[in-house]
Ligand binder design. Sequence first.
Ligand code: FE2
Ligand code: FE2
Length: 264
Amino acid sequence: MKNLFEFAEAFFRQVDVEEKLALTHRAWQTYIDGELTITSERPVLPIDRVTFPDKPVLLAPRQMPRRKLTTPDGVAAFFHAIAHVEFVAIYLAWDILYRFRAMPEQFYQDWLRVADEEAQHFALIRAHMLTMQIDYGDLPAHSGLWDHAKDTADDLPGRLAMVPRCMEARGLDVTPGLIEKFRALGDDASVAILTRILEDEVGHVELGSYWFKFVCEQQGFEVEAKYRDLIDQYYIGGKPKGPFNRELRKIAGFSDAEIDWLEC
Ligand SMILES: [Fe+2]
Ligand SMILES: [Fe+2]
């Protein structure tokens, strides 16, 4: 297989988690080797054709059990939740590059690299969980993450606003505090993994900002006004709740005006 969109469809069809990771790494390696083709005459499959493994069982956010980092079970449940975020993030990277065609080649390269990094994040967390005698799928997971993809399946500015510039950006706000908590608990392994993930995630949000500005300019929208409109349109409950990490968000391409609007 040498075509990016065939790789994407194979990823979406595949039900085995290990195979999904392997396909993602193989696609990126094929790109590195200069052998990946990124044009296709085949129609884009509807988003409801994307399949998820049978496990974890997906629950509405309010049905999810609460977890405390002060107990071993709580830490295991926390990492299970993070594993699920990373697992869905692999899908989200594949889906943005699969669904939105006729973008510059750099767009496909960027999101394929993100898919590969998300697969690495997932594998890191999964290996960490296995040391706690828990595997991905052993607990229920949050069903809401993929909804943003379904809501924006026909709207590239909406996808970029809601996924990298909203959902992933929340990671920049909350992860530094989590790293401090694990540091205080003396859990160096968790600190190392979360630090590595945070560094990559700043890059993912930055790509989201870059491509958001690109499509706004291409489609004649004013960037900051369009961002506000899209959050109003797609974010259930008004706006994401802070506190927001201004320093990391600015590195990742948010303007002060955008952060001020989120905060008010
Ligand atoms: Fe990630
Ligand atoms: Fe990410």
